[in-house]
Design a protein around this ligand. Structure first.
Ligand SMILES: [Zn+2]
Length: 152
């Protein structure tokens, strides 16, 4: 049985212990959006680099974003590989849920917490067929305990 209050509570606790993510940026160029996601440091570096190689249109290279948007999978910085801030779509959450049910938790609870918080949040609103809800909520509880629990 799906209990939204428990799921919401778990999502909140997970977000408290989750590893901090960097803001997600993208680069607008005179030729359109470049497609990659960047953390602020790598993004600024990349923009400076692009501007140097296209001085005539330099003002048209802009580091955009910095706010949370929806993704089908968690965004990573194209430069340093850091996990960036983002929300998962229903599709993305269902994919991650299937992944966790199949593979179990990773060695890094604070990273699992990022994903599991998104999954719990999604489960509040969407019904995912054939989902072993008791197993995923148990994983969420284990992650909260492993990542520091109530004392953060
Ligand atoms: Zn980076």
């Amino acid at each position: 049985m799906r209990e939204p209050k428990i799921l919401r509570d778990l999502a909140w606790q997970l977000s408290k212990v989750a590893q901090e993510t960097k803001p997600c940026h993208w680069i607008s160029t005179p030729d359109g959006d470049q497609g990659d996601d960047w953390c602020p440091d790598c993004g600024n570096y990349k923009v400076r680099n692009l501007r140097r190689h296209d001085r005539r249109r330099r003002r048209e290279y802009i580091l955009d974003g910095g706010w949370c948007t929806d993704h089908d999978s968690m965004p990573f910085c194209a430069g340093c590989g850091s996990i960036l801030s983002g929300s998962l779509t229903s599709y993305g959450s269902a994919e991650e849920l299937a992944y966790y049910l199949e593979n179990g938790l990773s060695e890094t609870p604070r990273v699992d917490a990022i994903y599991l918080a998104e999954i719990m949040e999604a489960l509040v609103y969407i019904e995912i067929a054939d989902c072993d809800l008791s197993r995923i909520t148990e994983m969420a509880r284990q992650t909260i305990a492993a990542a520091g629990g109530a004392n953060g």
